[in-house]
Design a protein around this ligand. Structure first.
Ligand code: NDP
Length: 479
């Protein structure tokens, strides 16, 4: 069985209290690993190591930090099979998706290896003859990084990459039920030649280890991805020391299909983005609005494609969808479907666990398409975080945009149309941090990613992601 220790001050260590936990495979409920589980004191030791390592790392030349990040990317690619297998075993997603996630995390490290060198300052015109003003950006200090289980490697890379490139030191807390792949990723970063204490990992629960990282004054920045409720709690606690926070929170993404859209392209995009990772992605398609004229064609093609998706153990070849991550996630999906059906929705496919011996132990669920839905139903307002695609018809673009904007979330929105005016108007009016026009993904390494409204604060990726780890300083010269 795999064993995973914590990484503190460059050493692999057990928790001070000697606590361990078993990690289970959601496809089989079989144990896959034992992890060392930290408590507050372990988090304090890691924060201390990061605090001591900060002055030297922050003064390292950006070229040198870039070289280390490139080497880290190379090591992650070299270890792709090991890290991806851990990811599938602890999280459930098909191995091909795990490989894609790990390789994408290496790309993020490569990107920030270069972006760190573009931390430009500014020479600002001064109001008087006798002075000059220079603006520079410097690393904040120790960054606490807290990540969820749905994309544990990628979301770790989105934070560790820019933090190290900026010159910050890091204490990372991966999700307690899926810490293996994220820890293996950080070990690769550490093995690339990062000095001891620059990057640390502490395992343990959010309410203990996570809370210590947030509340302890040593961390100057909290980078968090997770639920909106947790993000709100973190923001409140961070306020005590006026810490910088970036919060990537929940989503409830609309997918609009106009009458002039290419229906086949929209169906392909929709089926992939609604069900990939069993709908457990913050930018998953959560609600579909289809123009009346193409609704019948779109719906029948979507159902057809959905029923062809192969559900199974992610380690087996040819699988499209693994199990859900946990029983509570599966229960929440069932509750949202039951609520919709009770209010008049029709289940066109899925809606229950698959039958068969191979599905008995895991948290499997069939991808589900619903029609005849409306906004009184939880699936249309709350984040299901499950494989459910509810379809509603519309006649008027203004009306559908107002429906699309009608939740507390604002992470991603998608529209399929071949009319430029419609595309521009929709892109301008949709209240979301990312709008996809004829695409089903708004994550792009060089562009900002983040949410409006209760979907978050701050941005990851692109040069915006680097800025989250930098403080601005004005240096004024008297002549
Ligand atoms: P949670 O908010 O429950 O947990 C996320 C992380 O925070 C985990 O490491 C968790 O630890 C930790 N945590 C929990 N409570 C605290 C606390 N009080 N203080 C500090 N840390 C804490 O989210 P999930 O893991 O359930 O992830 C799913 C959520 O993530 C969804 O809502 C999804 O939309 C969102 N998400 C957002 C994305 C975005 O970019 N906007 C991208 C991906 C997901 P532990 O594991 O021990 O509970």
């Amino acid at each position: 069985m795999h064993r995973s220790k914590m990484l503190i001050d460059g050493k692999l260590v057990n928790s001070v209290a000697g606590k361990v936990a078993t990690i289970y495979n959601p496809a089989t409920k079989e144990p896959v690993a034992e992890v060392s589980v930290g408590v507050r004191i372990d988090a304090q030791l890691a924060l201390d190591a990061a605090r001591i390592a900060f002055p030297k790392w922050s003064e390292t030349h950006s070229q040198q930090r870039g070289d280390i990040l490139h080497e880290a990317a190379r090591l992650v690619r070299q270890r792709v099979e090991e890290i991806a297998t851990l990811l599938t075993c602890e999280q459930g997603k098909p191995l091909k998706d795990s490989r894609r996630e790990v390789l994408s995390s290496a790309d993020v490290l490569d990107y920030y290896a270069e972006e760190g060198k573009r931390n430009f300052g500014q020479w600002v015109p001064a109001a008087s003859q006798g002075s000059r003003s220079l603006v520079v950006k410097q690393p904040i200090g120790v960054a606490a990084i807290i990540t969820p289980w749905n994309l544990p490697v990628d979301l770790m890379a989105w934070k560790v990459g820019p933090a190290l490139a900026a010159g910050c030191t890091v204490v990372a807390k991966p999700p307690s039920l899926a810490p293996l792949a994220a820890t293996a990723f950080i070990r690769a970063v550490n093995d690339a030649g990062v000095p001891p204490g620059v990057v640390n990992v502490v395992h343990g629960s959010g309410s203990v280890v996570g809370a210590e990282l947030v509340e302890n004054p040593v961390s100057r920045k909290i980078a968090f991805t997770g639920e909106t409720a947790t993000g709100r709690w973190i923001m409140e606690k961070a306020a005590r020391h006026i810490k910088r926070v970036s919060l990537e929170l929940g989503g409830q993404s609309p997918f609009i299909v106009c009458s002039d859209a290419s229906v086949d392209k929209a169906v392909s995009a929709c089926v992939q983005r609604a069900f990939s990772n069993m709908g457990q992605i913050c930018i998953s398609v959560n609600r579909i609005y289809v123009a009346e004229e193409v609704a019948e064609e779109f719906t029948s093609k979507l159902v057809d494609r959905t029923m062809k998706l192969k559900v199974g153990n992610g380690l087996e070849p040819g699988i499209d969808l693994g199990p859900m991550f946990s029983e509570p996630m599966r229960q929440k999906t069932e509750e949202h479907i039951a609520d919709a059906v009770q209010k008049g929705a029709r289940v066109l496919c899925g809606g229950h666990k698959p039958e068969g011996e191979e599905y008995e132990n895991g948290f499997f669920f069939l991808p589900t398409v619903l029609e005849n839905v409306d906004h009184s139903m939880r699936v249309m307002r709350e984040e299901t975080f499950g494989p459910v695609a509810p379809i509603m018809h519309f006649e008027d673009l203004d009306e559908v945009i107002s429906l699309a904007n009608g939740t507390e979330y604002g992470l991603a929105a998608y529209i399929f149309t071949n009319d430029l005016t419609t595309a521009i108007k929709a892109a301008e009016r949709l209240e979301a941090g990312g709008v996809g026009i004829n695409v089903n993904n708004v994550a792009e390494i060089q562009a900002p990613f983040g949410g409006w409204k209760q979907s978050g604060l701050g941005r990851e990726l692109g040069h915006y992601g680097l800025d989250e780890y930098l403080e601005v300083k004005h240096i004024r010269f008297g002549l």
